[in-house]
Design a protein around this ligand. Structure first.
Ligand SMILES: [Zn+2]
Length: 127
């Protein structure tokens, strides 16, 4: 019987096979998760070559993707805050927003993450 290792920290969660690259049809979405699944959650980062995980704008249309905490897509600060947003979803620390087609709930949730995490992310990145 395999031994199940239960992560007790965000770093431990991210070291498990809980964050995976994957397809995301919405180019402006950097990452997604199965909200409320706790340690069984999987966070998927948008691996589209023109998506928000890797780029700050859609090179085909010129559309600027939303920034997070002043960081643009493709930047590690942006990616860190996007992962923290998804981690918060997995633990229901922020409300689900996957069913909101306007994106307003997601923006509100991102602001919550920025309010609580931006200083720590900036310190970790030295900027
Ligand atoms: Zn969200």
């Amino acid at each position: 019987m395999p031994i199940l290792t239960v992560p007790t920290t965000a770093a431990g969660f991210f070291q498990l096979d809980s964050v995976r690259p994957g397809p995301e049809p919405r180019l402006s979405v950097a990452a997604s998760s199965n909200e409320g699944e706790g340690m069984n959650s999987v966070i998927v980062t948008n691996q589209s070559p023109v998506g928000a995980w890797h780029h700050y704008r859609n090179n085909s249309t010129g559309e600027l993707y939303p920034s997070i905490g002043g960081y643009r897509g493709g930047n590690i600060g942006f990616q860190s805050l996007a992962l923290l947003h998804e981690l918060a979803h997995t633990l229901l620390l922020i409300p689900p927003d996957g069913g909101d087609p306007t994106g307003a709930m997601s923006r509100d949730n991102t602001q919550t993450i920025v309010d609580h995490c931006l200083t720590a992310v900036r310190q970790a990145l030295g900027n």
